[in-house]
Write a protein that binds this ligand. Structure first.
Ligand code: DGL
Length: 276
């Protein structure tokens, strides 16, 4: 058990499975441990303090289960907790371990593909109000981008309730896209700043003008994680490689297994975990 050192993937619930799926596709050799805090989801509507506290608890739990490296697959957790954990907590609790997020890799991709510098960010209320995407985009582009944001609070429940493709889903996606394009009609790149949004890809395609590029995080995060492991052999060698995956949820395991199939093409046998 001592040499079981999985890469931890943390999310507020199911959404991080969209990231896990792409990471496993790109890096199948590693062991993974997925933790969904379904008992306390959603994070998107919660305050900074609460998201930080919940995320730190999860990270500590993942460390105690053998993870040397944890990816916060949740945008809201990345937006509201990552920096504090990296700067204030890690040096005290586990200076050798690392926690990475999903915002920086996504922002790097956006900056590299926008042609005219007009960028749109779609996310939860929490991610949008944190301004994390805006600040990272401004930093990376030396303030040269025109950035507009739109919070889409209905999109997570639409996905989780399997309402994709219904008139209700179309109504809300159309409305949010229209708001974004009213804010800036020149947008040429839109980043899906929430784990659930890739599942609305077809609906988005229906309402976004064709020339607008959609940045989805899963494959980008996977690519950046592969780069990270290459650049950090001291971490890479510590991660165990038996191609295993274990799923944990803070809520009911049967419900998790059933709903997980909306997000990932895998037979999920999760276990309930209680650290709350
Ligand atoms: N996983 C969250 C995110 O990417 C969405 C779900 C939630 O609000 O907890 O922001």
């Amino acid at each position: 058990m001592d040499n079981y050192k999985p890469i931890g993937i943390f999310d507020s619930g199911y959404g991080g499975l969209t990231i896990l799926k792409e990471i496993r596709k790109a890096l199948p050799q590693y062991d993974y441990l997925y933790l969904g805090d379904n008992a306390r989801t959603p994070y998107g509507t919660r305050s900074f303090e609460v998201v930080y506290q919940y995320t730190l608890e999860a990270v500590k739990k993942l460390f105690s289960m053998g993870c040397e490296l944890v990816v916060l697959a949740c945008n809201t957790a990345s937006a509201k907790a990552l920096r504090s954990i990296q700067q204030n907590d890690l040096p005290k609790i586990a200076p050798e371990k690392r926690v990475l997020g999903v915002i920086r890799p996504s922002v790097e991709e956006v900056v590299s593909i926008t042609q005219n510098g007009h960028v749109g960010v779609l996310g939860t209320n929490g991610t949008v109000s944190s301004l994390s995407y805006v600040l990272e985009l401004e930093k990376l582009s030396d303030g040269k981008l025109a950035i507009s944001q739109e919070a889409c609070p209905m999109w997570v429940p639409i996905v989780e309730n399997n309402e994709i493709g219904t008139q209700g889903a179309d109504y809300f996606v159309k409305k949010n896209i229209e708001n974004l394009l009213v804010a800036d009609s020149l947008i040429d790149t839109v980043v899906l700043g929430c784990t659930h949004y890739p599942l609305l890809h077809h609906t988005l395609k229906k309402f976004l003008p064709q020339h607008i590029k959609i940045v989805e995080q899963g494959s980008i995060v996977a690519k950046k994680l592969a780069d990270y492991l290459k650049r950090h052999p001291e971490m890479e060698t510590r991660c165990s490689k038996q191609a295993g995956i274990k799923y944990f949820t803070t809520e009911n395991a049967e419900t998790f297994d059933e709903k997980a199939s909306l997000f990932i093409d895998d037979v999920v046998n999760s276990k309930n975990i209680n650290y709350l």
